[in-house]
Write a protein that binds this ligand. Structure first.
Ligand code: C2E
Ligand code: MG
Ligand code: MG
Length: 626
């Protein structure tokens, strides 16, 4: 049984026992008074009152928790002694009065002794160590008395007493087994047998309380398996369960004796270390511990003939006397784990002040982003895309957010937060609608571009209403010809999720005439099978590769490979982030046809971009007339 619950239960029994003993005892003493055999019952009752006061004191003592584990243990020893004493008193009164046949007092004490045995076995069944000796203490004198009478009926009664004793012990044993099982289930995870979240929180509560006094340190490690969902979805839940079991066995084998391990969710495990005297020791141990666990979990799993590989992202948080709340600890170690995921998974991150600050900033951004649309803080910028002759053939729409307090916030920062919180759906819809309006206006009033790229988050693609919404906007703003100029840019980093659903959505949207581009190509899960199955029309080489041109051979090789791939899959290529003439020439030499970057134009406001378009238009007109 959970210790706290066990003590809690025991505490209630003290009160019940005291109440029962005082009342029944008073009844007994009154009877003795009537029968004129008050002595020694009055002395006995005096003792009972004293013992009851002691019991009341013990009851109150437990109320003033939190107490640490050692204090609890000493309290428990006292309660055990109290139980022996109070039931011992009942045995004493039995011995004192069982011989008083003249007033039939022996019948009364036989009755109270049997009653006490029943009460002991039903009140104390949760504590096996207590119930057996106490029931024996109560029933033995009874049996011996019956034997001492030396008459046939008494031998029978003695035999009945033995059977009764057996039944009492048997039923209390059964109740104990049942309650143990219920408590085991309430505290353990049914799949792995590890502790569950509830128990873990209780344990941590106690630990934090103890730390307030003892100046010790410990660490908490949160393990989350990487891409476990993919295994579950592709190989089935049976294999997923077996993998979790194997993971938990590996953790158990490594550290069960020295750490407390819990499975707190699907593929999340939490481990709390033993106590350290110094933070240095604690940090050192946490470092090597997380490394070893990471390695252990990475080695191949063979499950039903499948060879599986899985890594883990881990968060670590140190706890000491300054750590206040359990839920805060859980939250912070979670933040650290998510940071490990964000850093590319398969690693460990320690929670620290900088991370806390980062989280606060994100929260601040999240709160303000919520009102950004209503407050008209969101605008769109346009960055030119040019051909080999540096003529503008298209543009990319880039969102901008200026907040009164935060100033300009980079889309890299707020788009990620918008994706996490779901605000991206509303924001994305706004961006697409505004972009369509702009495209329509330009087509009708300014100039005819060849392509018009809009960034789309994968969260939008996963939204059920996306296709309907885009269809509606197309019908409202764009002619069939204009729709063919629209390119939706998606990033490949997120494509691992729900690949099939995304492909289905893309195919639906393509029916409208809209094309798709793979943004930041080369940085995510660039696999050949992705390219084959993704119905895309364009690749955008990530600006990191373009930037390092001339610096590293491998980046040049990478870019050449991308061009070859594009040819094989019949895709057009846009080189993004072109900043120098050398980069531009290298790309032209490798048959790149569309370019984007500061070398040609920075992202600019709608009005500025329109001026650029008009200038270009009049330049072309002049060239044509010459
Ligand atoms: P992206 O789609 O790859 O956009 C290109 C980014 O590269 C833009 O940054 C652009 O300003 C920058 N860039 C262009 N040329 C150069 C160059 O020559 N040198 C350098 N150093 N940078 C260049 P920005 O505007 O900060 O956008 C960053 C990312 O934010 C975008 O990357 C895109 O993933 C996301 N984003 C921007 N606007 C939107 C949007 O409307 N919707 C969604 N879902 N995401 C957006
Ligand atoms: Mg883009
Ligand atoms: Mg890009």
């Amino acid at each position: 049984m959970n210790q706290e619950k066990f003590y809690d239960y025991l505490q209630k029994q003290i009160l019940l026992l005291v109440g029962w003993s005082l009342l029944t005892g008073l009844g007994f003493v009154s009877l003795c008074y009537i029968q004129d055999v008050l002595y020694p019952a009055n002395l006995w009752y005096g003792a009972m009152v004293v013992v009851s006061l002691w019991g009341w004191h013990l009851y109150r003592q437990f109320r003033y928790k939190h107490v640490d584990i050692h204090q609890l243990e000493s309290w428990y020893q006292k309660v055990r002694l109290f139980m022996y004493v109070i039931f011992g008193l009942w045995t004493i009164i039995f011995i004192l009065y069982v011989e008083k046949n003249e007033h039939n007092m022996h019948l009364v004490v036989i009755f109270t002794q049997i009653g006490a045995s029943v009460i002991a076995s039903s009140f104390l069944f949760s504590d096996k160590k207590l119930v057996v000796p106490i029931v024996l203490l109560l029933m033995y004198p009874l049996m011996i008395y019956f034997l001492s009478v030396q008459e046939a009926y008494a031998y029978f009664a003695s035999a009945f007493a033995v059977i009764f004793l057996g039944l009492l012990l048997y039923s209390s044993h059964n109740s104990n087994a049942l309650i143990q099982q219920i408590y085991y289930q309430a505290q353990h995870d049914s799949l792995t047998g590890l502790y569950n979240r509830r128990y873990f929180i209780d344990y941590l509560d106690q630990m934090l309380y103890a730390f307030k006094k003892n100046n010790k340190f410990a660490y908490i490690l949160l393990i989350d398996l990487d891409h476990f969902k993919t295994i579950n979805d592709s190989l089935g839940h049976d294999i997923g369960d077996k993998l979790l079991l194997e993971v938990s066995n590996r953790i158990k084998e490594y550290c069960e004796k020295s750490h407390l391990i819990a499975r707190i969710g699907g593929d999340e495990f939490m481990i709390v270390s033993y106590e350290f005297d110094t933070i240095e020791e604690c940090a050192h141990s946490a470092e090597s511990f997380s490394k070893t666990i990471g390695q252990l979990l990475k080695s191949t799993y063979i499950i039903d003939y499948n060879h599986l590989h899985i890594s883990a992202s881990m968060g670590i948080k140190f706890i000491d006397k300054s750590t206040k709340k359990t839920n805060q600890v859980m939250k912070e170690v979670d933040i650290a784990m998510y940071e490990a995921k964000a850093e590319g998974r398969d690693g460990t991150v320690h929670f620290n002040k900088a991370l806390a600050q980062q989280v606060n900033n994100e929260l601040e951004i999240e709160r303000k982003l919520y009102f950004a649309l209503k407050e008209n803080e969101i605008t769109l910028n346009y960055q030119a895309q040019v051909n080999e002759k540096e003529e503008i053939i298209g543009c990319e729409v880039l969102v901008r957010w200026h907040n009164k307090v935060l100033g300009f916030v980079s889309p890299v920062e707020f788009i990620a937060i918008a994706e996490k919180t779901g605000i991206i759906l509303e924001l994305g819809n706004y961006i697409v609608e505004e972009s369509f309006k702009t495209l329509k206006y330009w087509e009708e009033e300014i100039t005819q571009l060849e392509q018009f790229s809009i960034n789309i988050s994968v969260r939008q693609l996963l939204d059920e209403s996306f296709v309907n919404h885009i269809t509606h906007l197309c019908e409202r703003y764009l002619t069939v010809n204009m729709r063919q100029k629209v390119i939706f840019e998606i990033t490949e980093t997120l494509l691992a999720e729900d690949f099939e659903y995304i492909v289905k959505t893309i195919k639906e949207v393509k029916k409208l005439g809209i094309r798709f581009s793979m943004d930041d190509f080369g940085t995510g899960y660039s696999s050949l099978s992705y390219l084959r199955e993704m119905p895309i029309d364009e690749l955008k080489i990530d600006r990191a590769f373009v930037n390092r041109l001339g610096e590293s051979n491998s980046d040049e090789m990478m870019i050449k490979t991308i061009f070859t791939l594009a040819k094989i899959f019949d895709l057009s290529v846009v080189a993004e982030g072109v900043e120098t003439g050398d980069q531009f020439r290298f790309l032209i030499d490798h048959e790149c046809h569309i370019f984007q970057g500061y070398y040609f134009a920075k992202p600019m406001k709608k009005g500025d971009f329109e001026i650029l378009l008009l200038k270009e238009k009049s330049r072309k007109l002049k060239q044509n007339t010459i």
